[in-house]
Ligand binder design. Structure first.
Ligand code: NAD
Ligand code: ZN
Length: 354
């Protein structure tokens, strides 16, 4: 059994973002690195940034790659000869994961790809503060940071206690501007990984409790008239945090491996790929399938359809390979012999339903 760790400190509530300067007050020596979601490039976030600090806008058009993380490290060292005293990540899952990975890489040396796996990070990273501006992935709370290595095709994070944020600011005022469809796609990530984990064979008493509460909050949000009211955005921040905390000791199920197949083969982003996958999940999760589509209809969101209908044999083979490679969640959901259920023919049929 793993000795579990969660985020040690967090501020929660409307307006708490303004306390960032106070959190940095005893780290005034040295410089800080800001990694900010590109959406805020034209907005005034009122960051307590000083002249000596370094700021990058994180392009969210692509999910993080190992080469992008290495490149950011090189750009920091092109400007500075010493290490920063804090890294601040402000944004969605892409930006939060980027900040986690850069923090680990700066102190551990080598290349980002050397840390893809479990417990490969040897030292604590740079002190890091995570500030989500869209909720659902749980990246703010989890012990991983998902990166793709395009040389090897591996999509895997730095799973480590050192990846967990030292401090969070959970200020739902920051999520006001999220486009409605995106709010739903990302928000649903926590609902989906929570029900996958509860339906699995591997159980953990505390993760179950986190998952149950995350699902309960998701229902309150997405079954209400407007998922984006101030109250619902605050609940969404909590649901996301709890879902992320649950991930430390739980495994996903059938949805995430299929969704990962879409991401690897067709480049579909994680959260929208989950929602597309839900089109084909009735036989695996009948109750949640019904509930998911009821909520999607209620919130009037658009979810793409038919993206896998007319692919060629080679593409279906690639989709199959990049789905069944996820053995841990598939065994969790379907048992040791999951490949007897998920044959090439079956997997192709599932993708065609999407
Ligand atoms: P994201 O970071 O891609 O952001 C989605 C979009 O919303 C982007 O266009 C972004 O610029 C925009 N955006 C963010 N905040 C906004 C705001 N306040 N107003 C307007 N627009 C805003 O999306 P995400 O869905 O949060 O994250 C997906 C990423 O998270 C993937 O890379 C996935 O692999 C990763 N992930 C990580 C974990 C983990 O535990 N570390 C878990 C699940 C997913
Ligand atoms: Zn997910």
């Amino acid at each position: 059994m793993r000795n579990s760790k969660n985020v040690s400190k967090y501020l929660i509530g409307k307006g708490t973002f303004s306390q960032l300067a106070t959190l940095l007050a005893d780290r005034q020596e040295g410089y800080h690195v800001y990694l900010i979601d590109i959406f805020f490039e034209s907005k005034n976030l009122n960051l307590p940034k000083r002249n000596e600090d370094v700021l990058f806008f994180v392009d969210t058009a692509h999910e993080p790659t190992t080469s992008y993380i290495n490149e950011l490290r090189d750009q920091i060292f092109a400007k500075k000869t010493n290490l920063p005293t804090a890294i601040i990540g402000v944004g969605g899952g892409v930006t939060l994961d980027t900040a986690k990975a850069v923090s680990n890489l700066l102190t551990n040396g080598g290349q980002a790809e050397e840390y893809q796996g479990w417990d490969l990070v040897k030292k604590a990273g740079i002190y890091k503060i995570g500030i989500p501006t869209i909720s659902g992935t749980g990246a703010e709370a989890s012990r991983t940071c998902v990166m793709t290595n395009y040389k090897t095709g591996l999509k895997l994070g730095m799973n480590s206690e050192f990846t967990i944020y030292d401090q969070l600011i959970l200020d739902h005022e920051l999520t006001q501007t999220v486009p409605r469809n995106q709010y739903f796609y990302t928000g649903m990530d926590t609902y989906i990984h929570s029900f996958e984990s509860l339906a699995g064979r591997h159980r953990h008493a505390l993760s179950d409790a986190f998952s149950i509460q995350s699902i309960e909050l998701s229902r309150q949000i997405f079954d209400s008239a407007d998922m984006m009211t101030e109250e619902n955005r605050e609940k969404m921040m909590v649901a996301s945090y709890l879902g992320g905390a649950s991930l430390a000791n739980s495994f996903v199920g059938v949805v995430h491996p299929f969704s990962a197949g879409l991401s690897v083969v067709l480049g579909t982003h994680h959260c929208i790929a989950n929602c597309i996958t839900m089109r084909a999940m009735e036989e695996f999760y009948p109750k949640e399938y019904k509930e998911f589509w009821k909520m999607a209809e209620k919130q009037k969101v658009t979810i793409p359809e038919g993206i896998c209908r007319n692919l060629n044999a080679e593409q279906y083979q690639k989709l199959y390979d990049s789905t069944v490679i996820h053995q841990v969640p598939l065994k969790n959901a379907l048992g040791e012999n999951f490949k007897e259920i998920l044959t090439l023919e079956k997997v192709t049929e599932v993708f065609k339903k999407m």
